[in-house]
Design a protein around this ligand. Structure first.
Ligand code: FES
Length: 550
């Protein structure tokens, strides 16, 4: 994992940095385990994925065995934090608790193909390793206890005393296990989580039909009504629930090589200014604390200090006012992931990890430069219609809404010896260049092809209307033929984007005039169904149930 800290040194930084490095090794270890299993995972394979030196492993772990155990403990702690805790807190209301349990157990956060396969590989070796047996066994025992308790309470609440709580709980756990086993042999792009949830809820419905009716409770209809694509109330709800505090791409670390180099970009919740100061990169609101106008109007440049031209206040590159007692610039959170820079408004509360799109692995190996300033486009289509087209392509893999799940497929490919060259092969008869796409929900698309990185951010502008930022980065080839290929790759990406936008605008018109939904829920590819599921789950009233009017 190439996630790197980009905030400056300060009190507590060394400890935070060590924790991040350790976590980076654990993430890489999970990826190596996914590909090689516990027996064949080596320190060398882990550090290759983590892009760290072998010596650093010894700093954090006494042995390879200790690293594997730490990785398993991490997964167990995540299971506790993400599922057992939140669902246990709902135990007084067993119906919502069981719905939540199914939702989380089958969701991308804890049940990515990568993590599920690692759980099974540890179980496979548990008979010969007591630590594995203890950790896996404790997790399973706590889960079984919780499921049994919820079922027992539901039986009592409904007066269904003829039912056997143990047998029903065992049946539910069995259904969940079978679905997890299916995940373990798939890729993120082929896992159909909506279908898995429907199956699980169908089991519960077969036992408690009144408590889990088909059209209510569990989210088994992931279609959105046409009104969801041009509705003022939903527009505001999306901005609050999905965009506020989300990580947004702002540029490349390479663009800020020298002291005083800066980038600016207006993203949801943040008018971002990223600048290289004496202690490294910092991010601030690009707004004067006195009156909120943009301090730096250009997209990029180099400054010695940041000056408010209106009242001549100046700030140093650490954001402090250089004269008087004026307030400092408001900080933003900043993360550098494989050379890709992301910012988000500093909320003061713990939140999602920065996104880690698969392209970051490969973009980090290339000397990319901005081919042009970012283009800004406004489109008569809801932002979701643009994102849905990305998710409707074969092989689309989307990070979760929180952006916390590393794209395990890419890690697995790297671990298995795939190289950037394979993705970026400049075309051979045997193996034509394949584009590598990453989608960071809710709104960012990365495509790497033939030495060209295209990044698109789509932002809600108004109900049924969106704004796009288009970033175009390329490798500066010396050779003419390679330059031509890179130019053609960039042109191809632009042409496809133009086609996407024209189609989105046409669908929007169709929604307004014809009134039909964008596409029936039962024919959606899994990533698109998951996207609608996330939208519908975050925005009460957005979900359309069977039998609802179109
Ligand atoms: S507006 Fe910037 S210092 Fe007054």
């Amino acid at each position: 994992m190439t996630r790197a800290p980009a905030t400056p040194a300060g009190p507590g930084r060394p400890r935070a940095s060590r924790a991040r490095q350790r976590q980076r090794l654990i993430d890489a270890c999970i990826s190596a385990l996914h590909v090689h299993g516990p027996s064949n995972t080596t320190v060398e394979k882990v550090v290759t994925i983590a892009r760290m030196s072998p010596g650093i492993v010894r700093f954090y772990f006494d042995s390879k065995a200790a690293m594997l155990v730490a990785s398993l403990e991490y997964l167990a702690a995540e299971f506790e934090e993400q599922l057992l805790g939140p669902v246990g807190a709902l135990r007084a209301t067993p119906v919502p608790a069981l719905e939540r349990l199914v939702e989380i157990y089958l969701g991308a956060e804890i049940a990515s193909a990568r993590k599920v396969s690692v759980w099974y590989s540890f179980w496979g070796e548990a008979s010969s390793r007591q630590e594995y047996y203890d950790i896996c066994g404790q997790r399973d025992a706590r889960f079984e206890l919780l499921v049994r308790e919820l079922i027992q309470r539901l039986i009592e609440d409904t007066g269904s005393v003829q039912l056997d709580a143990d047998a029903i709980a065992l049946g539910l756990i069995g259904v969940l296990e079978m679905l997890w086993q299916g995940y373990a042999f798939q890729t993120e792009s082929t896992i159909d989580r909506a279908q898995a949830r429907r199956r699980c809820m169908a089991y519960l419905r077969s036992v408690f039909p009144a408590q889990f009716p088909a059209a209510g409770g569990a989210p088994d209809a992931d279609d959105l009504p046409p009104g969801a694509y041009a509705n003022a109330r939903l527009h505001e709800a999306e901005r609050t629930a999905l965009f506020a505090g989300s990580w947004q791409f702002v540029g490349l670390e390479r663009e800020l090589a020298a002291r005083g180099d800066y980038l600016t970009l207006d993203v949801p919740g943040a008018r971002a200014l990223v600048v290289r100061g004496p202690a490294g990169l910092r991010a601030f609101q690009n707004a004067c604390p006195h009156r909120p106008h943009a301090l730096l109007a250009a997209r990029c440049g180099r400054v010695d200090e940041i000056t408010c031209t209106h009242h001549a206040l100046a700030y140093d590159l650490a954001g402090r006012a250089t004269h008087g007692a004026a307030p400092a610039l408001s900080p933003l959170e900043l993360a550098a992931v494989g050379g890709l820079l992301f910012v988000r408004a500093a909320t003061g509360r713990p939140g999602a990890q920065p996104p880690a799109p698969a392209v970051a692995f490969h973009a980090a190996t290339l000397a990319l430069v901005a081919a042009a300033p970012p283009a800004v486009l406004e489109v008569d289509a809801d932002w979701k219609l643009v994102v849905e087209q990305w998710l409707d392509r074969p092989g689309a893999v989307a990070a979760t809404a929180a952006g916390a799940e590393f794209e395990g497929e890419a890690q697995a490919r790297v671990a298995a010896g795939w190289s950037a060259a394979r993705y970026l092969a400049l075309g051979s008869p045997e193996e034509p260049a394949q584009p590598l796409q990453s989608i960071v929900l809710p709104n960012q698309h990365f495509e790497l092809r033939s030495g060209c990185l295209q990044v698109v951010l789509v932002l809600p502008l108004a109900p049924g209307r969106c704004r796009l930022y288009l970033f175009d980065y390329r490798v500066g080839h010396e050779e003419r033929a390679l330059r031509a290929r890179t130019y053609l790759a960039a042109r191809l990406a632009r042409l496809r984007l133009a086609a996407d936008l024209a189609l989105a605008a046409s669908i929007q018109q169709g929604l307004d005039s014809v009134g039909a939904g964008p596409s029936p829920a039962d024919r959606l590819p899994a990533p698109l169904a998951e996207f609608r599921h996330i939208i519908a789950g975050l925005i009460p009233g957005a979900r359309r149930h069977p039998g609802d009017p179109p």
